[in-house]
Design a protein around this ligand. Sequence first.
Ligand code: ACO
Length: 328
Amino acid sequence: MSIKSVVQGIGHAVPDKVMTNHDLAKLVDTNDEWITQRTGIKERRICRDDEAASDLAVAASREALAKSGVDPMDLDMVILATVTGDYIFPSTSGIVQDAIGAKRAGAFDVQAACAGTIYALSVADAMLKVGHAKHILVVGVDTLSKFVNWEDRSTCVLFGDGAGAMVLGAEENTDRGIVKTVLLSDGSGAQHICLEVGGSRYPLARHYSEPHNHYIYMNGAETYRFAVKAIGDACCKVLEEAGLHSDDVDLFVPHQANLRIIESAAARIELPPDKVFVNIHKYGNTSAGSIPLGLYEAEKEGRLKKGDLVLTVGFGAGLVWGANLIRW
Ligand code: ACO
């Protein structure tokens, strides 16, 4: 029997602070009706000034470990997906590894924006299957509220902060586990979603004669067009490669960026609404946190049970996108 990468426990964390659409309407020229109709978002969670990505990641990881019953000392690797880590370096995964007492584990970050957790799961799956590890902690976390221009109504209404974490274990004699993953990218669309200043191209400490983005820039219309096609394609590809059909899927947990994008993806793969998990109204777009947060809530609500086939799909800055099929 081959080795499977099984999700043994899942945890989550979101900041306590809630920002509603009505709160936002006090900051910028927007309103609840526009945000709800165009995106499906009603409120989002926002970090305090003294709260960073690792704080959410550590809380989510502790919950995942407790649920799995795996001792932190038995973790071989911590893989953390984020574009909003505590620092440019060191990695946020290392901060988490230390905080949870995973003293035997290696640690590294994965940077694939809103598809980050899909990428991280794929790497973890490969390491578990070849025997490089027996237990891996995969964390998806983002704190995009820290990088939003609160005067730009076209972006600030979309994002929120959150984290999800999963303990994966290598198991034999089971049908459960990651079934198939597809990972895709198109760097020619890099300019559509970016944060220019703060890296080696435009270091923060320099002064520039030309203006550069200190905040998240997003070409919403272009991203929307890309997303609708990309996530439909990724879902079809992962199902085809697994030799499965959308009828086989028990639950669809897509990246929560826009309710209209989610609905069009579900329609493309002919999934009925009761098989589509949505929590965008509560959290907005939490980037790498979005899919694990969705999986966590779906399980908690009893919509995801052991043995169910779950389809996840993510897309974001890069451009990158991808999908996983997991036998829960
Ligand atoms: N409140 C009120 N009006 C607004 C707001 C707002 N918050 N934002 C924009 N508008 C106005 C615009 O100015 C425009 O007005 P105009 O017609 O007078 O010029 C009008 O509303 C329509 O604007 P559009 O941008 O055409 O609105 P659209 O229906 O395209 O929705 C949105 C915009 C929600 C951003 C959509 O394009 C979208 O969801 N794009 C995809 C975003 C995404 O998925 N990102 C994921 C990746 S993020 C990552 O990787 C980190």
